[in-house]
Design a protein around this ligand. Structure first.
Ligand SMILES: [Zn+2]
Length: 435
C-alpha cells in the first residue's frame, strides 16, 4: 500500500459549475493499492487511517488524474510539424505517405513504442487513437499499451476510396478485420476498441454500410471519426453523398451517431447538427492546435454548451502540434478568446479529465481520483525552472497554476506518471518539488 503526499485537484463527479465542484485538497493524501485508489483526503487523516502505508512524499507538487486525449493518430507521430497545407492536401502530402510505411510491422512496433512514451511523458494515460488501415499496426499499438496496462481506445482506420491504392481496404475486409480486432482487444485488460472510418470522403457507401452493421452488432464498442473540420471537406462530402442532408447525416444514416461516438473537430456544424449530436449522446473531440495549424477554423465551445453536447479536448497529433494536453488547453483558450468567450482553466482541466471520462462512459475507472477508481494519476511539479518558479507562487491556486503551465508549455512539469498503480514515467531532472 502506498500513500502519496501532495496537493490534490480533481472533479469527483459531473458538473457545469467548475469553480464550485472541483475538489482541491492542500497537503492531501492519496492511498493506492492493487492498481486502485483506496482513499483520498487530508494527508494527516490518511496517515492516521493507513499508518503502515509506504510514504511517497511529493509535498509542494500536485496530484491530478491521468490526462485523457480524446483524438489523435499514432502513425502521425512521425509527421508532426510538417509545413504548410490545409486538410485535404495535408492528407495527400504527409499523412498518406507516412501511413503507407505501416505495412511493415517492425516499423509500426517502433512508432507505437515512441508514441506511448510520448503520451506518458506528457501525463496522458488514456488516448482515443487512430491507427492505420493495416490490421497488424493496430495490434502493435494495443500490444505496446498493454505492456503499461494503459486504458486505451483505438481502432484500425477503414478507407476504400480517395486515397492511395496501398492504403485501401474494402467493405468486406474492413468489417472482417475490425470484427477480429474487436474480438481480440475490446475489453481485454484495459483496452477498448473504436470502429474507425477515417472520414466520410474516404469510405464508399458500401463500406459505411458494412461499418454501420458492425456498430449495431457491437453496441458497447466506440466509434471515432472526423466531422466538419474544413469548409472544402464539407462541400466534398455533399458531392460524394448527395442523398444525405448534411455531413453528420452521412454517419447517422449508417447508425454511427450515438453514445460512445466521438467526432473529431465539429468546427462548422449547423444548428440542426448540434441538436442531433445532443439528441443522440455523441461527443465532440475539440482539437485546437490542429485547427489552428491547418487553418480549419475556430471551434465554438459556447454553442456546444448551449446544446449540452459533451466536449473533450484532444491533440490530434500529427496535425496537432504537441502531445501535451496542458498546451492543448492553452491553444483552446486562445481560440475561445478570439470567439470572445474564454474557456476558464477549470473547464479546460475538466475537458481533459472527468468531463472526457464521463463523455466516454468510463468515469467509474478513469478521469477522477475517487476511491475505487483505477490508479491512473500524475504528479506535477509546477516550479520546475526559473521562469515558472517566478511566475507560479508556492501557494498559487490550482486554477492559476494550471493556467500558467498551460500557456508556458508544461511537458517538463510532469514529474511522474502512474498507470494502474505503477510508475511508468519519471522525469529525473524535475526535482524542484520542495522549492
Ligand atoms: Zn484527426
Amino acid at each position: 500500500m502506498l500513500l502519496f503526499r501532495a496537493n490534490i485537484a480533481h472533479f469527483p463527479h459531473a458538473t457545469v459549475n467548475f469553480g464550485d465542484d472541483i475538489q482541491v485538497i492542500q497537503d492531501g493524501g492519496l492511498v493506492v493499492e492493487g492498481g486502485k485508489i483506496v482513499a483520498i483526503g487530508d494527508y494527516a487523516q490518511m496517515r492516521r487511517t493507513y499508518p503502515d502505508a509506504e510514504l511517497n512524499d511529493h509535498s509542494g507538487c500536485w496530484i491530478l488524474p491521468g490526462l485523457i486525449d480524446s483524438h489523435l493518430h499514432y502513425p502521425q507521430t512521425q509527421s508532426i510539424a510538417s509545413y504548410g497545407d490545409q486538410l485535404l492536401s495535408w492528407l495527400e502530402n504527409y499523412t498518406f505517405p507516412t501511413e503507407m510505411q505501416f505495412s511493415d510491422l517492425s516499423h509500426a512496433q517502433k512508432v507505437a513504442s515512441v508514441f506511448i512514451q510520448q503520451l506518458v511523458k506528457n501525463g496522458t494515460t488514456t488516448g482515443l487513437v487512430f491507427s492505420t488501415v493495416h490490421k497488424e499496426a493496430c495490434d502493435a499499438l494495443f500490444t505496446a499499451a498493454s505492456q503499461l496496462d494503459m486504458a486505451l481506445i483505438a481502432g484500425k482506420v477503414c478507407m476504400d476510396r480517395n486515397c492511395p491504392e496501398e492504403l485501401r481496404d474494402c467493405p468486406t475486409s474492413a468489417q472482417k478485420d475490425s470484427a477480429a480486432l474487436i474480438d481480440r482487444w475490446h475489453n481485454q485488460g484495459r483496452n477498448r476498441y473504436a470502429i474507425t472510418p477515417r472520414f466520410a470522403p474516404t469510405s464508399t457507401e458500401a463500406q459505411m454500410a458494412s461499418l454501420g452493421e458492425l456498430a449495431q452488432q457491437y453496441q458497447d464498442v466506440y466509434i471515432q471519426t472526423h466531422l466538419s473540420e474544413n469548409v472544402d471537406e464539407i462541400n466534398w462530402v455533399k458531392s460524394l453523398y448527395p442523398n444525405a442532408t448534411g455531413y453528420l447525416d452521412v454517419y447517422d444514416q449508417y447508425h454511427m451517431v450515438r453514445e460512445r461516438a466521438v467526432f473529431g473537430h465539429c468546427v462548422h456544424l449547423t444548428n440542426d447538427e448540434w441538436q442531433r449530436m445532443a439528441d443522440t449522446g455523441a461527443t465532440v473531440a475539440f482539437c485546437p492546435s490542429s485547427n489552428l495549424f491547418l487553418g480549419s477554423g475556430l471551434f465554438d465551445n459556447a454553442i456546444a454548451k448551449q446544446y449540452k453536447v459533451p466536449v473533450a479536448l484532444a491533440t490530434d497529433v500529427g496535425a496537432g502540434t504537441s502531445f501535451s494536453m496542458f498546451s492543448t488547453y492553452g491553444e483552446a483558450y486562445k481560440i475561445s478568446q478570439l470567439n470572445k468567450q474564454p474557456i476558464c482553466p477549470l473547464e479546460g482541466f475538466y475537458m481533459m479529465t472527468q468531463g472526457a471520462a464521463i463523455a466516454h462512459q468510463w468515469d467509474d475507472h478513469i478521469g477522477n481520483l475517487n476511491s475505487g477508481t483505477d490508479a491512473d494519476f500524475i504528479i506535477v511539479s509546477p516550479r520546475y525552472c526559473e521562469l515558472t518558479s517566478l511566475r507560479i507562487e508556492e501557494h498559487a491556486s490550482f486554477s492559476d497554476m494550471f493556467f500558467a503551465l498551460s500557456i508556458l508549455g508544461a511537458q517538463r512539469a510532469v514529474k511522474q506518471t502512474w498507470i494502474s498503480g505503477r510508475c511508468c514515467y519519471e522525469n529525473k531532472e524535475n526535482n524542484h518539488a520542495m522549492a
